[in-house]
Design a protein around this ligand. Sequence first.
Ligand code: NAD
Length: 524
Amino acid sequence: MNRILVTEKIAPEGLAALKAGAEVDVRLDLDKAALLDMLPQYDALVVRSATRVTAEVIAAGERLRVVGRAGTGVDNIDVEAATRRGIIVVNAPASNNVAVAELAIGLLLDLARQIPQAHDSVQAGKWERTKFMGWEVRGKTLGLVGFGRIGSEVARRARGLEMHVLTYDPVVSFERAAQYGVEVVGMDELLARSDVISIHVPLVESTRNLFDATRLSRMKRGAHIINASRGGIVDEDALLEALNSGQIGGAALDVYNVEPPTGNRLIGHPRVITTPHIGASTEEAQTLTGTDVAEGVLAALRGGTPRYAVNAPFVAPEEWSVIEPYLRLGRQIGALCTHLVREPVRCYKLEYRGELAAVDTHAVRLAVLQGLLGPTVDQRVTPVNAPLIAQERGIHVTELADPEAESYAGLLVLRAETADGERTFSGCIIRDESHIVQADNYWVDFVPQGSLFFTYHRDRPGMIGRVGTILGSNDVNISGMFVGRQAPREQAMMVLTLDEPAPEAVLDLIRAEPDIQKAFCVTL
Ligand code: NAD
C-alpha cells in the first residue's frame, strides 16, 4: 500500500480521503533533519506553505512520486527538482474560486448600499435613513480585469444580478467569455465603460501598480473599484487621491500592499470598505483544498494525470469532463500498443477524432506516451517526465485532429508504423468506461483493464471452444470474450478478459494447439 506523509494541518475531509486510498502518517512536528530521515519510506508528501520542499528533500524521497500542496502557491516547493525526477507536484488552485467570488460580490453590494457604513451608524446609536441612499447593481456595467478561475465565477454571479459584464484579459477565450455572457473588450474600453471594476489578476511584474493614477483617471467619474486579488496591483497613494478628488466613488479592498495595513491612509476613509484578506476564508474552501489535494495525490499515485498538477499539462476546467476519461484511455491504448507490437516502430501517429478534435489534447498525448513507455522503461513514467524519456528514446509522434469519428462521440486512434506496415489501435469512451474497438487492426470491443489474454490465430471452427476448454479445465475464469477477424477462415485475434492471469504452463498448452500463432497475457 502507498504511504503518504502529511507535515501540515489539512482539513479532516482531505485527510479522510487520503486515508481511504493509502496509509497516512500525519507528523506536524518535523524539523528538516527528521523530514529527510523519514521521507525515504513515503510515496507522497503533503504540505501547506510552511514545509520547505527543497531539492535536497526531493532527493531524499527515494520512493516519492508526488508532492501535494494544500493550497495554490508553490513557492515553498522546488518544482524544477521534482520535474527532473518525474515527481508530480499537485496543488488545489480552484478550491478558493467561489469563496473569493462570493466575497467580491459581497463587496460589490456593500459599495452599492454602503452596508458597512450603515451598520456602523446604527451601532453608534444613529438613525440616518437619508444618508445611505444607494444604487442598484442591476443594469450597471461590471468590468472584470482578469477572467481566470475567480474572475469567471464573479461573472457568473454578476450576470445573476442582471449586470452587464465586460472583461479584459490578454489570454481570454472569446468562446468561454460568450458562454458566461461576458463581453471581451480592451483595457481602455473597460475603464471607460465600467461602473464598477473588480480585479482578479495575479501579482506579477506586468500587473504591479496596474491601477496607477493614469488608469484610475481613465475610469468613469465616480466609478467604484474592488480588489480581492493581491496587494500591489492598485497603487494605494493614487487610489487615495482619486477617492479624495471624487474620481473614484468608492473602493472595497481585501488585500493591501503591506498586510496587516498598519498606518495605511486608506483605512478609515469614509468611502473605503475593508476586509482582512479573507477571500479564501470559508469552511467550504478549506474543505475543498483538502479534498482537492487528496484527489490529486491519489490520482498521481495511481499513475494517472491529476486534475491540478503544477508540472504536468493544465486542462481547462470546461474541458476536463471531456478530457479526463481519454487520459485513462490514452495510457491504456499506449500500453496495449507496446505489448502487442513487438517490432521496432518508426513513428507513431495519434488521431483525435470527434469530440476530441475540439479540445486541447496536450494531456492526452502525454498519457499515450506514458502508456507507450511504461511497459519498457525501468524508471517511473509520469506525464511529467514522459516527453523527456520519449525524446531520449527518439520516439516520434505526429498528431492529427479530425471532427469526423464515424459513429463514435470521440475516438482516439494510435497508429504504429513498423517495417511490416501500420498497426492501428482505436478506443472510445462509453458510459465513462474505456473501450478498445480496434486492436492491432482487428475490430473488437473490450474494456482494457486487468488480465487480458490474446491469441493471433487462423479462424477455424471450434477454435474458441478449444481455448475456452483449456483455460476452464485449468481453473482460469473468463469474464469476457471478443474475436476480430480479417475475413472468414483468415487471420483472427481473440481477446479474453480473465479474472486472473493465465499461468505460463497453460499458455504453452494453448500455443501447442494447431492454428494458434501467438498466445500471451497482458496485465493493464
Ligand atoms: P487565474 O490564474 O485563474 O486567473 C488570472 C487571470 O488573470 C488569467 O486569466 C490571466 O490571463 C489574467 N491576467 C494576467 N495578467 C493580466 C493583465 N495584465 N490584465 C488582465 N488580465 C490578466 O487566477 P485566479 O485563481 O482567478 O486568482 C486571481 C487572483 O486572486 C490572484 O491574484 C490570486 O492570488 C488572488 N486570490 C486572492 C484570494 C484572497 O484571499 N483575496 C484568494 C485566492 C486567490
